[in-house]
Design a binder for this molecule. Structure first.
Ligand code: SF4
Length: 116
């Protein structure tokens, strides 16, 4: 089986062609550096994403937040719903934990801006 991907590791965006046999990556072409090959392998076997979004604050506004590390791609929508339910108590500073262990992923959601 062949899969075509665009590498998102850097802005060049190389077009990758991935050959899979029984779920195992056997060949990656189109990458111009080793990071592209690793991206293709990860994307085809264990895709992950970092969520960058906003959460509501105790004064009715919003504050930027993100997952402290990438989470499994298939959990993105459920994780977004969980973040939507959260309310950040102000004042808050960069690195404050909004949600610990988001949906059992072992990854926290943290604040990415200072706000009074
Ligand atoms: S393969 Fe390398 S050069 Fe190409 S987009 Fe990915 S990281 Fe950038």
């Amino acid at each position: 089986m062949k899969r075509e991907l665009t590498c998102i590791v850097c802005p060049i965006g190389c077009q990758l062609s991935v050959t899979l046999e029984n779920g195992i990556v056997t060949e990656v072409t189109g990458n111009t550096c080793p990071r592209g090959k690793q991206y293709a392998i990860d994307e085809c076997t264990n895709p992950v994403r970092t969520i960058t979004t906003t959460a509501r604050t105790s004064n009715g506004g919003v504050i930027p937040v993100k997952t402290a590390a990438p989470i499994p791609k298939e959990l993105m929508f459920d994780c977004m719903k969980e973040i939507d339910r959260s309310v950040v108590t102000l004042p808050a500073k960069i690195g404050d934990v909004v949600i610990e262990n988001l949906l059992g992923t072992g990854v926290d959601v943290v604040v990415t801006a200072n706000m009074k």
